[in-house]
Design a protein. Structure first.
Length: 502
């Protein structure tokens, strides 16, 4: 098959890079040899797993994936040549994996690796309304010296614009430089020293204080545990608990901060929420609050839709209209074992009669069919029948920049229902690859987290965030958000106004 040749050539080049680049240098010190060699071998192992188990290398619709496997390996190998310790090992691998710009592709480092001890200059920055502002500062002037005031604007450091620092020195190792959600999420760390050997920490920075510009030289000291709260507030605030709150008559606020429902206590809260949703269908206004929801298992989002709208109406909204969207799983024996494991977990949780259980059974049958027929990806699924709606409520769904993975899948589906409006902040984004699992790399110090399914023909593009109809630019505390939502036009009116402007 001709389409396979570029993939094979790329992978051969990758393996040649991984097995020969480190031999051209002189003999380094023993401690350098250990970490460099581990980084090279783990990078090679990650590429092997991706080539065999991930849909990306055989996805004809996404040449970027194959391109970054080669180009990312080349660039990471240049970093690995400079590795001297475990921090270099960590950040060289992070540069490679974050370059895929895929929330379902990551490295999970063992606790055996020393975590970088962060240092800070006494300031925490927040990204607010297209500016980088001082959100928190230390009161210890003896330790840090004089610092700029709260709300002053950070303009540049060491002759570089702040956004350049964020997109070049921070996000290539932590997130996606192109996502506004990640600008908010990781701006609090712009001035921090992460012990990354491949970047320099900011030293001399210029701030706008009213009408005056002023330069400050920083003194760095260890970042202590008390900074967790101000760092969180400078980003998207603290995570709400999973629950349903009655704000006033016929107005309910539904907090769903995660679809990672693994522990017994989490399942208890979740099914209590599910039970309540079935009782509030006749409410006038509902807010579905997805703050801090980074995803989890899409089946839990489906349970929410089925509870609020009924399974019949959910099927109608998602499948009655002509749609080409479907998911394809990479066919492999390892992925079959992965889905069989999920089925066993659902059985132990008493969910054998749930829609989620039936969906996983269908996935297993599709993989088995693919193995029998020698397919690379599972075939497209069939569609369901349609039914009427029982829900009268106007629904806002609120997101911050955390919403990714199963949260985005849930949001994509929710937007197909009437009288629903998206508010808050642009979401995070993801590739079209879903259903993640783990595999341990050569060193036994790192696990690769990767996807096995490709989502076909979804309305949202590759790494495209969902943009709200109304954007919130303030701090993310509950009181401020509730006051803001209370004065918004109805979801139906917001959608109508949005159509006028398109």
């Amino acid at each position: 098959m001709s389409s396979g040749h570029p993939i094979s050539v790329s992978l051969i080049l990758i393996f040649l890079l991984l097995t020969t680049s480190h031999l051209s240098k002189g003999a380094p010190r023993e401690e350098e040899t250990d970490w460099r060699t581990l980084a090279i071998r783990d990078l090679k192992d990650a590429n092997r797993i991706l080539s065999q188990e991930h849909p990306g290398p055989v996805d004809k619709e996404n040449p970027f994936f194959r391109d970054w496997m080669l180009r990312g390996t080349q660039e990471s190998m240049k970093l690995i040549e400079r590795v001297e310790n475990e921090f270099g090992y960590r950040y060289a691998l992070l540069y490679y994996i974050k370059g895929f710009q895929d929330s379902h592709l990551n490295f999970d480092f063992s606790d055996k690796l020393e975590a970088p001890n962060l240092e800070w200059p006494g300031l925490i920055i927040a990204y607010r309304q297209n500016q980088f502002v001082v959100h928190y500062r230390s009161k210890d002037t003896k330790l840090f010296g004089e610092l700029p005031p709260i709300n002053s604007i950070l303009l540049s450091c060491d002759g570089r614009k702040v956004l350049d620092i964020l997109q070049t020195d921070v996000l290539p190792y932590m997130g996606n430089p192109n996502l506004q959600a990640h600008w908010v999420m990781y701006s609090p760390y712009i001035l921090f020293d992460h012990k990354n050997p491949f970047v320099q920490r900011p030293r001399n920075c210029i701030f706008q204080e009213g009408k005056t510009r002023r330069a400050y030289n920083f003194n760095y000291h260890p970042a202590l545990t008390h900074l967790k709260d101000p760092l969180t507030k400078a980003s998207f605030g603290t995570s709400p608990e999973m629950n349903v709150k009655k704000i006033k008559k016929n107005f309910y606020w539904v907090n769903i901060p995660s679809f990672q429902i693994d522990q017994a206590k989490d399942r208890k809260r979740f099914f209590r929420l599910i039970s309540t949703l079935k009782k509030i269908r006749s409410a006038q206004k509902i807010v579905i609050d997805l703050r801090h929801n980074r995803g989890g298992a899409p089946r839990w989002g489906d349970e929410v839709l089925n509870a609020l709208f009924t399974p019949e109406y959910t099927s109608y909204r998602l499948f009655a209209k002509p749609s080409r969207r479907y998911g394809q799983i990479r066919v492999s024996p390892e992925n079959l074992k992965h889905y069989q494991g999920i089925l066993n977990q659902l059985k132990k949780q008493g969910l054998k009669k749930s829609p989620s259980y039936r969906a996983i059974e269908t996935s297993i049958a599709s993989i088995q069919f693919g193995l029998k027929k020698g397919l690379a990806l599972t075939p497209a699924p069939s569609r369901n029948e349609s039914y009427p709606s029982p829900v009268r409520a106007e629904i806002y769904f609120l997101t911050d920049g955390h919403c990714a993975s199963a949260c985005l899948i849930f949001a994509d589906k929710l937007l197909q229902f009437p009288r629903v409006a998206h508010i808050g902040f642009p979401t995070s984004a993801d590739s079209t690859y879903l259903e993640g699992r783990y595999k341990t790399l050569y060193s036994n110090l790192t696990r690769l987290y990767f996807a096995v399914l490709v989502d076909r023909y979804r309305s949202r593009g590759y790494n495209e965030p969902l943009e709200p109809l109304v954007t919130w630019h303030g701090d993310w505390d509950n009181r401020s958000l509730m006051e803001w939502v209370a004065q918004l036009p109805s979801p139906s009116l917001l959608r109508k106004e949005n159509l006028k402007t398109q």
